[in-house]
Design a protein around this ligand. Structure first.
Ligand code: NAI
Length: 351
């Protein structure tokens, strides 16, 4: 299942309405998902939004990380648009996001990172266009931690052949279907010879089936340095869970920050689209959050649904607002509120 390419017709607009599970989340989540929802609706694609509450307050009140109604809704709709959810510090609750990805086996975390013209960055003169493919179900995020004896804890890093082959296959298949040139596996197999060693062996095996795609390997520390020095050289990056999480934020910083980088969590049967950023409690409720990342996640969702024309129109409207530069949110140097930015995007979608 690849959201970037679709064999379907250009638009089902007139024929179909889609059911989509909408999880506003908390913090800035409700503000930015509302913006994305309004922009999607403005394209004319008919979405029957199935709203589900999942946030720090419901988790603490129900004493449950993932209420069954959320899974029931996603099992019905197969597609979700999700805002960020705060991970409660109290009570030892695991992350909602980790739980959701595990429960639905959303094994591929796909995060495209592009230069957005109009955003001032340290890399004004180069075009950054890379995609992170992060394994989403295991590694140190398996949550297997315990205290061996007082003051000594153990955290287990799980890497399996099955999950490593699956994410490698997804990345290479995506690269081929979308005209990308290269996949780079990022690892630390020089130290974690067994775990990251297995991940790299699976990447190599998969690469053999894709002779048309160049295959490279980089150790994660070197990859981080190279990304800062020459980000324009990178294409598709294939990573285990932890490195993928960290490198995602690093690459977001290269193109202007967390406010603009979208993402998708994709499994065999479900896809949940969400920004890379979290609930940003420092700016929540002020109406100033940048909704671009969730809007671009919604563009990915429209492509996944086969609504290519609407996806392109929404994408072009967002990029046009950036190029015009008159309604940019504060995190990218403007003064527009979330609503002002969203209204500018909607005007262009409907123009
Ligand atoms: P964060 O991504 O929420 O915020 C980091 C910084 O980026 C903050 O200064 C924030 O104001 C800024 N920022 C993030 N998104 C922005 C936007 N759309 N517009 C403007 N500025 C934005 O990361 P943090 O503070 O580490 O996490 C806060 C909470 O979010 C934690 O409880 C964490 O567990 C949770 N989280 C949830 C995620 C999800 O649900 N997918 C992903 C990452 C974190």
């Amino acid at each position: 299942m690849a959201w970037g390419s679709s064999a379907g017709p250009a638009s089902y607009n007139e024929l179909v309405s889609y059911e989509v599970t909408l999880i506003p989340g908390d913090g800035i989540g409700p503000e930015v998902t509302l913006a994305a929802q309004r922009a999607v609706d403005a394209t004319g694609v008919k979405i029957d939004w199935r709203r589900c509450e999942l946030n720090e307050e419901t988790i603490l009140r129900k004493n449950e990380v993932l209420p069954p109604e959320i899974l029931a809704s996603l099992n019905r709709t197969k597609v979700g648009l999700k805002g960020p959810v705060t991970t409660p510090i109290a009570g030892g609750f695991p992350s909602v996001n980790v739980a959701l990805r595990k429960a639905l086996d959303l094994f591929a975390n796909v995060r495209p990172v592009h230069t957005l013209k109009g955003v001032k960055t340290r890399y004004q003169d180069v075009a950054i266009d890379l995609i992170i493919f992060r394994e989403n179900t295991e590694d140190l995020y398996a949550g297997l931690e315990h205290e061996v004896v007082p003051d000594v804890v153990e955290s287990l890093k799980i890497i399996t052949r099955k999950a490593s082959l699956r994410i490698a296959e997804y990345a290479f298949r995506y690269a081929r279907a979308n005209g990308r040139r290269r996949v780079t596996a990022v690892h630390k197999a020089n130290i974690m010879k067994l775990s990251d060693g297995l991940f790299v062996r699976c990447a190599r095996e998969t690469a053999l089936q894709y002779p048309d795609i160049e295959y490279k390997e980089l150790i994660v520390d070197n990859a981080s340095m190279q990304l800062v020095m020459r980000p324009e050289k990178f294409d598709c990056l294939l990573m285990p869970n932890l490195y993928g999480d960290i490198v995602s934020d690093l690459t977001a910083g290269l193109v202007g920050g967390l406010g603009i980088v979208p993402g998708a969590n994709v499994g065999e049967h479900h896809a949940v689209f969400e920004a890379v950023h979290g609930s940003a409690p420092d700016i929540a409720g002020q109406g100033i959050a940048n909704p671009t990342a969730v809007m671009l996640s919604a563009v990915m969702m429209l492509r996944h649904l086969g609504e290519r024309e609407a996806a392109d129109r929404m994408h072009d409207a967002i990029t046009q607002v950036y190029q015009d530069g008159k309604h940019l949110p504060g995190d990218v140097g403007g003064t527009a509120s979330t609503a002002e930015f969203t209204n500018a995007v909607i005007r262009l979608i409907q123009a």
